[in-house]
Design a protein around this ligand. Structure first.
Ligand code: UTP
Length: 447
């Protein structure tokens, strides 16, 4: 793209102001701006403007019902595990991590996956994910390819972190990095926001950007070539997640599900988690902000919360379903934020109040399109403790405490007593569960 082409495209979209400072930019600045404009798809601009006009319309979810959620025990659990192990041994399982977020609440300057969380070693979040994948690969004798979605802002640093740590033991050929899309920020009247005279403000297009990015990058084609059928999806900030857990994979396969969700009981009626609801034959994720007080507090016949189970974004997708959905447009969610902008004099202003919109797609918006969906309950304390905030709830301190409590439960089950207050950390490639510790413990005892 050259200046004339950029001008033509921007004028046609009513965004001519993007080039307002052109004559004041250095040659390098001009080239950088043209490169940035070249990446903006006019169709996506129109899509954002349409979303702005439509605004956030409240969807009526008063007819929503709680979905049937399975709690697996005994033979049912053993059957699901066996089926999941069969899928893993056949090499049909992939791990898919969304790590393109900005982690603004944590306030960490870098990819969140590089954030140090190991209570003793200070190992980064990526370490725990990668080592679990390595452990399952070793246990089942087949590769679990690892697909990692980054954003333009953190892609390089993410790859560097893997390289510096020798891919945490994984084979680099089985780790596939791909970047999600970016949308420009806009004012209420649909004008692109410039955050410097030669720079458009852009932000990642949300974890729902995953679908388009999987297709664009060739990751979906790579999965197909490798014979992948079940794709385990997880988020970067939860080191407790049991990646490619055979029970969940098996439950998903047994149900011929296209989109399966692990759900956990809410800690309180107002916990800030999305809630899948059933509407006739389809399901839709209802955000906590869309629920009424009555819905939050409603009790079922068993005296428990009727809408008990929330989603911590742990999913299994059928690869063919991802392929089917990847070409379709997804709804846009608007976030009204404080976005730095260039004023009439060309000065950058940091606003104290929200002034513009970011646009995001959410992966769970494809749930209603699934021909079959399945829901499986799990214990929050075992598998979910995200690092979201710098302090307080869902912070590094609570996460480290939850990680250690889980490892202590495994050690206790294996008959290993650890004094209170002694820090604990277990490399997932050493032990994936209490049974691993038991067998290692027996071996050590026998020496
Ligand atoms: P969050 O919604 O917690 O967002 O992401 P975040 O960007 O990490 O943190 P805040 O809100 O700025 O504090 C949940 C998961 O989705 C990924 C994140 O990396 C995280 O794993 N994500 C989020 C993306 O991959 N891309 C995005 O555009 C947004």
């Amino acid at each position: 793209m050259n200046y004339a082409e950029a001008k033509k495209m921007l004028d046609k979209c009513g965004q001519g102001h993007v080039l307002a400072w052109w004559n004041k930019l250095s040659k390098k600045g001009q080239n950088a701006l043209i490169e940035q404009v070249g990446k903006i798809d006019p169709k996506s601009l129109a899509y954002c403007q349409k979303a702005l006009k439509a605004g956030t319309t409240a969807i009526d979810n008063s007819k929503g019902k709680a979905p049937k959620v399975a709690v697996l025990k005994g033979k049912k659990l053993a059957d699901a595990v066996a089926l999941g192990e069969k899928e893993l041994k056949a090499g049909r399982v992939a791990a898919l991590l969304v790590a393109g977020g900005q982690g603004s609440r944590l306030g960490y300057d870098g990819p969140k996956g590089c954030y140090s969380i190991g209570p003793i070693t200070g190992a980064p979040l990526f370490y725990f994910h990668a080592r679990k994948i390595l452990a399952r690969t070793i246990r089942y004798g087949r590769t679990i390819p690892f697909y990692v979605m980054t954003s333009e802002a953190n892609n390089e640093a993410t790859i560097r972190c893997f390289e510096e740590n020798e891919y945490f033991g994984l084979n680099p050929k089985d780790v596939f990095f791909f970047t999600q899309g970016m949308w420009p920020g806009m004012t209420q009247d649909g004008k692109i926001i410039m955050d410097a005279p030669g720079h458009v403000f852009m932000s990642p297009d949300g974890h729902g950007g995953l679908l388009a990015a999987l297709k664009r990058s060739g990751a979906l084609a790579d999965m197909k070539k490798r014979g992948i059928r079940s794709v385990f999806f997880f988020q970067v900030d939860n080191p407790l997640v049991e990646i490619a857990d055979p029970a969940f994979i098996g439950y998903h396969v047994a149900n011929k599900s296209e989109y399966s969700l692990k759900l956990c009981a809410k800690r309180d009626p107002y916990e800030k988690v999305g809630m899948p609801m059933q509407f006739g034959k389809t399901f839709r994720m209802v955000e906590y902000t869309e629920m009424t007080k009555e819905q939050c507090e409603r009790k079922g016949r068993d005296g428990k919360l009727y809408f008990l189970y929330g989603s911590p974004a742990i999913h299994v997708f059928d690869r063919a379903f991802l392929e089917r959905e990847a070409g379709k447009p997804m709804p846009l969610h608007l976030a009204f934020k404080k976005i730095p902008f260039v004023d009439a004099k060309g000065k950058v202003v940091k606003p104290s109040e929200p002034n513009g919109y970011k646009f995001e797609k959410f992966i769970f918006d494809v749930l209603p399109n699934a021909r079959r969906a399945a829901f499986l309950a799990f214990e929050q304390k075992d598998e979910f403790s995200p690092v979201k905030n710098a302090e307080g709830d869902d912070s590094p301190a609570t996460c480290k405490a939850d990680m250690q409590a889980k490892w202590r439960r495994w050690l206790a089950e294996a008959g290993v007593a650890v004094k209170a207050g002694v820090p604990v950390e277990i490399d997932p490639a050493y032990a994936l569960d209490a049974a691993d510790i038991k067998s290692i413990g027996i071996a050590l005892g026998a020496e």
